[in-house]
Design a protein around this ligand. Structure first.
Ligand code: GLN
Length: 531
């Protein structure tokens, strides 16, 4: 029998529903279950690709080039479940499909409604994945907070699925907040109300994960259990961790989350193999040395804007047995007269991440120049590569106005230009060069040493590329072109010669990095930064 777990959130957003869902996935995987992770998002965008990182955090890209919610990144880091465009469902997709069917006459004669047509479309997409032969348990994370108008059709679909499949094959896990008020008193009322709200919709949660500052004591658990109709041993304390989020599966495991789920769903599981997670948590906790990595970006006010890069740097630190302090630097600061010496005081490595649009570009160019001249390890990702090439063009080749067509569409000396395939593109959604592809790596380069083989498979998300007309000039002046597309037509990676470690890539290595196996570039970048 195929099993389904629905993870919902209450009281407020940003409680870590994605990490809770992903942790549960990792625990089930560690017991040999074959899992499927799905995120359903209540917004009307067809995908996250057109949303600003300020609005919604990072856009996570899957192998098949879907631009998805960042929670899929958590699934990718915590589990080895397959992720594709089908695993990120939005209200926009659902309505688009239902309206298309209506125009095609598929509902001929009927009045098309939220219930049953929208809810049926939601259910069919979840069942399509969950009923696959190689899947035992499907975890569906419902975006938003219970009580949001937009979430109602999803929760109704969940209620129907629980009814259709029956209690033994479905499970509702609800994540809420148990806040501490002034004076230190811990309050359960918001949680009581949140569960009440779930029950009004017709869903009785089976497991409650209570987000709280300090571990929840038994009396409070008893009280919550009584008021919410949830078994006492299924009320768990999801207290703050002060080390790394990769300890969360271990903490949940210690509280018996997996046993509860296994019992309630009647799963036939093997013995838990949590070794890799324990090692990650121990390695992080045991680290003595700390490296300081500066990330020079333009969306730094929002903590989640560079989520996968933050995590990948941490993976690099774990791989090297050190702690890492990520210092987010608004590139515009460097443009406003603050000297790089001051900005980068005490910094061991500089990273320039991806981004779009003109704002803040000059500050990034200053950062790249500083890293090159002061021989500080540098990792450039996507825009970070383009910045490295622009900087080289301006300051080494002496092309004063070297630029990118993104920032100067009619520039005469653009060392970065629009990809040929992008020239006629007019619509924005899902039209970039997206998804997984192979890069050929040049022998003896730093990137080839990092990957340990002559090729790298990574995901892309960009419209602009190094202008091949400048390739010879750049190389003649010492810029190493260390990676190409297999046909040799596009530059995929560059590095500085005569520099300890300055590597940039056109792809996004952060999307495939995991705590248990750091992305090779992050591992080597952190390693170079330790020295
Ligand atoms: N804006 C650049 C491009 O479109 C870089 C994209 C990115 O960093 N993801 O090519």
């Amino acid at each position: 029998m195929k099993k389904y777990i629905f993870v919902t959130g209450g009281v407020c957003s940003s409680l870590g529903k994605g990490i809770a869902a992903a942790s549960l996935g990792s625990l089930l995987e560690s017991r040999g279950m074959r899992i499927c992770m799905i995120k359903v998002d209540p917004y009307l965008n067809v995908d996250a690709g057109t949303m600003s990182p300020y609005q919604h955090g990072e856009v996570y890209v899957t192998d098949d080039g879907a631009e998805t919610d960042l929670d899929l990144g958590n699934y990718g880091r915590f589990t080895s479940s397959g992720l594709s465009k089908d695993h990120s469902i939005t209200t926009g997709q659902i309505y688009q499909q239902v309206i298309k069917k209506e125009r095609e006459g598929k509902y001929l004669g009927k009045c098309v409604q939220v219930v049953p047509h929208i809810t049926d479309e939601i259910k069919s997409r979840i069942y399509r994945l969950g009923e696959k032969e190689d899947i035992d348990v499907t975890i569906v994370e419902v975006g938003g907070t219970v009580g949001d108008i937009e979430s109602i059709p999803y929760l109704e679909a969940v209620r129907q699925m629980i009814h259709e499949k029956g209690k033994g094959d479905t499970l509702s896990v609800h994540l809420t907040l148990v806040p501490e008020v002034t004076g230190g008193e811990v309050k359960t009322k918001p949680t009581q109300h949140s569960v009440k709200e779930m029950r009004e919709i017709g869903i009785q949660p089976d497991v409650l994960l209570c987000r709280c500052k300090n571990e929840l004591d038994n009396d409070l658990k008893k009280k919550i259990s009584q008021f919410t109709n949830i078994d006492y041993d299924s009320v768990l304390s999801a207290h703050d961790v002060n080390t790394t989020i990769y300890e969360i599966p271990v903490i949940y495991n210690e509280q018996g989350l997996c046993e509860i789920v296994v019992k309630k769903l009647g799963l036939k599981v093997g013995k838990a193999k949590l070794g890799a997670w324990l090692k990650v948590a121990e390695s992080y906790k045991g680290a003595k040395k700390t490296v300081n990595i500066a990330m020079v970006g333009k969306y730094i006010e929002l903590a989640d804007a560079y989520k996968s890069i933050d995590e990948a740097i941490i993976h690099g630190a774990i791989a090297n047995g050190v702690k890492v302090n990520i210092i987010k630097i608004d590139s515009e600061r460097l443009e406003n007269g603050v000297s790089p010496e001051e900005v980068f005081k005490g910094v061991d490595g500089i990273l320039v991440p991806g981004g779009f649009g003109q704002r803040g570009i000059l500050g990034m160019v200053y950062a790249a120049r500083y890293a090159r001249e002061k021989k500080i390890p540098y990792l450039g990702i996507c825009l970070g590569l383009q910045i490295m090439v622009i900087e080289y063009g301006r300051n080494v080749l002496g092309i004063e106005k070297a630029d990118s067509s993104e920032f100067k569409p009619d520039g005469k000396t653009n060392v970065v230009t629009l990809l040929e395939e992008q020239v006629d593109v007019t619509a924005f959604g899902g039209t970039m060069r997206l998804g997984l592809s192979k890069s050929k790596l040049e022998k003896g380069t730093k990137i080839e040493m990092a990957y340990g083989e002559p090729e790298a498979w990574e995901r892309h998300r960009h419209r602009y590329e190094v202008n091949n007309d400048y390739k010879e000039q750049l190389m003649a002046k010492g810029l190493v072109i260390s990676g190409y597309t297999p046909d040799g037509s596009l530059v995929e990676a560059v590095e500085w010669s005569d520099h300890p470690w300055g590597v940039s890539v056109q792809f996004h290595p952060e999307f495939t990095s995991k705590p248990v196996k750091a992305g090779p570039l992050f591992r080597d970048f952190v390693k170079a930064s330790i020295k």
